[in-house]
Design a protein around this ligand. Structure first.
Ligand code: HEM
Length: 182
């Protein structure tokens, strides 16, 4: 996984817990790097999972909830660094449809070696999209948070349902995003 993901997770944790607690967690958690992450590095996803687990123990928040919050946080980061991806999309459903074929395609150019999930989308009706997520990384709640953050960005309320179909070693989920009003 790209260093930017780790740097942003640690920023969110500092925001939530303060720098001293985060430093303590980095000292106490067995990590491949010994606890130093650079925005331009590459690190195993297992380190992310270990950090989320450690922050979950410290905060008492379930790991899924932390991943989801991190998805919101990361969506804000993407909006700040890469506003152009959002500007030419008419609505959230168009944005979500463009992740697999456009946004993540560009991400691979900006971040060579990026480990990205696979998405398949299908319009279920005028204001309703199904988005199927598949990844070898266990990040379904993170993905849900990104989708929620994306809905918030476009400002039109929608209901998101998540069906987590993950099995060990293979994460899979069906998301449905439906606008509340036609
Ligand atoms: C709602 C829209 C988006 C969704 C649902 C989404 C989903 C995801 C997910 C779930 C991951 C984690 C990797 C995995 O699960 O295998 C990921 C990674 C990533 N995404 Fe997206 N993404 C979205 C938009 C964007 C945007 C706008 C950018 C902007 C550049 C972006 C850049 C990245 C990067 C850099 C990574 C990390 C890759 C790595 O660590 O190797 N994504 N995305």
């Amino acid at each position: 996984m790209k260093g930017i993901v780790f740097v942003e997770l640690l920023k969110m944790a500092e925001n939530l817990l303060g720098e001293a607690v985060v430093d303590q967690v980095l000292d106490d958690t067995p990590l491949s790097t010994g606890g130093a992450f650079s925005a331009v590095g590459d690190y195993p996803c297992a380190d992310l999972v270990a950090l989320v687990g450690a922050f979950s123990r410290v905060t008492g928040l379930p790991g899924e909830e932390l991943q989801r919050r991190f998805g919101h946080w990361m969506m804000n980061t993407f909006k700040t660094y890469y506003p152009a991806f959002f500007e030419d999309k008419p609505d959230v459903l168009a944005m979500l449809e463009a992740i697999e074929g456009e946004v993540h395609v560009e991400v691979r150019k900006i971040y060579p070696g990026a480990e990205l999930p696979t998405f398949a989308t299908e319009r279920l009706g005028p204001g309703e999209l199904r988005m199927d997520y598949s990844s070898t990384r266990p990040l379904v709640p993170f993905c849900a948070g990104l989708i929620e953050g994306c809905v918030d960005h476009f400002g039109r309320p929608a209901t998101i349902t998540t069906r987590d179909l993950s099995t060990p070693g293979q994460a899979r989920a069906e998301f449905t995003i439906r606008h509340d009003t036609p």
